[in-house]
Write a protein that binds this ligand. Structure first.
Ligand code: C2E
Ligand code: SIN
Ligand code: SIN
Ligand code: FE
Length: 399
């Protein structure tokens, strides 16, 4: 008998529960930072298998459009998408009834659908399946853990899988929102952001990308969680989207604005928050706060609401520094560009006045990285973080 076994034998039930609880907490932490859906599902299945001593784990997600449950399964080297109609098979049954289902002999259960086994050549013997429900109680999918390595799944396993399911659900929903957004909506929204701004400067894509990168670097310097860094990188390019509502005569005026004109200009924060309000997506809700409050000042002398200090959402306090630094370093119809050094000094001077000192501290700490972004004027830059325009092929270029 190995030492390890001894330890397990001697572990009291309380200790065992405590260990499982610790693992669950860790599981919650690990999955909450992953926003890429395929990676997230892989993480979840690995953890569930490990925790419940199962041979396989499958996460089925409900496709509302077709009323099917889909999943990807590994088949040799490839991943194959499989789809089960709602109500069919064990997974479909669980999705329909919302009931946890623990099957000790699948082939004796008439709900079991062995087509998948036929396809994969795998023999499913035991299945523990739980519904995945979101915070509103709506079923978004089904978790299955298959073939317990010893005997079959017990009551404890049921409880744990339910808990893991509830932790996983919110992470999955979040990742789905990102996925839906990044595919179509995000494109449309960013295009709108460019439309809003292209009127008052050239190279809007570069400018918006810089703000996104600066904001991300500052958030990193403040040690925000990975997920929040990602959020601010995606949401910050939308900060001035409300400028679509500002007349050309004001936005493009090649000189100082009158008090009346500036009063009008300030409304871009209100227009922006209106455009982005009532969005369902988590990301757009953040973008909404940024659009509304990126011109608030730490000392309460900003607009539109004269919010002070921590009353200003943190994301907006960060974007405020990124936005002003970028505006100073860019030529505007109303001012020439500043050197980055002059802009750095200005940000430092405004610490505690315009800006949150902690944000400024993080910004200054990251000077090297900020300057690197400042010096990047790559023509292939797009606004969407992580994305580049394709290289032009030489033969097309040489007309
Ligand atoms: P923006 O050009 O993107 O500037 C964003 C912010 O950067 C400004 O917010 C301001 O805080 C800072 N900033 C930009 N240039 C300078 C500068 O030369 N000196 C200093 N100290 N800070 C600067 P603000 O002031 O609330 O302006 C919001 C927007 O209103 C600006 O966005 C710009 O589109 C417009 N705007 C402001 N002043 C003028 C102006 O005199 N003429 C024109 N045509 N537009 C203006
Ligand atoms: C079923 O859910 O009935 C079949 C799918 C599986 O074997 O995991
Ligand atoms: C402002 O008008 O308050 C900022 C822009 C500038 O300094 O010209
Ligand atoms: Fe603005």
């Amino acid at each position: 008998m190995t030492c390890n076994n001894d330890k397990i034998m001697m572990m009291t039930r309380t200790e065992e529960l405590e260990q499982r609880l610790n693992r669950l907490v860790k599981f919650g932490g690990i999955i909450s930072t992953e926003t890429h859906l395929p990676k997230l599902l892989e993480l979840i299945t690995d953890q569930v298998k490990h925790m419940l001593n199962g041979d396989r784990c499958t996460v089925f997600l409900l496709d509302n459009q077709t009323n099917e449950l889909w999943s990807t399964i590994a088949q040799g080297m490839d991943n194959t998408e499989i789809r089960i109609p709602y109500g069919k098979g064990i997974a479909g049954h669980v999705a329909e009834t919302g009931e946890i289902t623990n099957i000790k002999n699948t082939y004796a259960d008439n709900r079991f659908n062995n087509e998948l086994d036929k396809l994969t050549g795998y023999k499913t013997k035991t299945i523990l399946a739980v519904p995945l429900t979101n915070i509103n109680g709506k079923i978004i999918g089904v978790f299955e853990v298959i073939n317990k390595k010893t005997t079959y799944f017990d009551k404890d396993d049921e409880g744990i899988l339910m808990l893991m399911g509830s932790l996983a659900s919110s992470a999955i929903e979040n990742a789905q929102l990102y996925e839906n957004l990044s595919k179509s909506q995000l494109e449309t929204i960013y295009r709108l952001a460019v439309t809003a701004e292209y009127r008052d400067q050239q190279d809007t894509a570069i400018h918006l990308r810089h703000i996104s990168e600066y904001s991300g670097i500052i958030a990193e310097g403040m040690n925000l969680p990975e997920k929040e860094i990602e959020d601010i990188k995606y949401a910050s390019p939308l900060h001035d989207i409300g400028k679509v509502g500002i007349a050309d005569a004001i936005l493009l005026k090649p000189g100082k604005l009158t008090a009346e004109e500036f009063k009008e200009m300030k409304k871009h924060t209100l227009y922006g928050s209106k455009i982005l309000s009532n969005a369902e997506s988590h990301l757009l809700q953040i973008a909404c706060k940024i659009a509304a409050f990126h011109h608030e000042k730490f000392n309460g002398k900003g607009y539109p609401d004269s919010l002070k200090g921590e009353k200003i959402p943190l994301y907006a306090r960060i974007v405020s520094v990124a936005d002003v630094f970028d505006a100073l370093c860019m030529p505007r119809v109303y001012k020439p560009e500043w050197s980055p050094q002059k802009a750095f000094n200005y940000i430092k001077e405004e610490s505690g006045k315009s800006f949150d000192p902690e944000v400024v501290e993080a910004f200054l700490k990251k000077e090297t990285e900020i300057l690197k972004v400042h010096d990047t004027m790559d023509g292939r830059t797009t606004i969407i973080p992580g994305m580049h325009k394709p290289h032009k092929t030489p033969h097309r270029n040489s007309v």
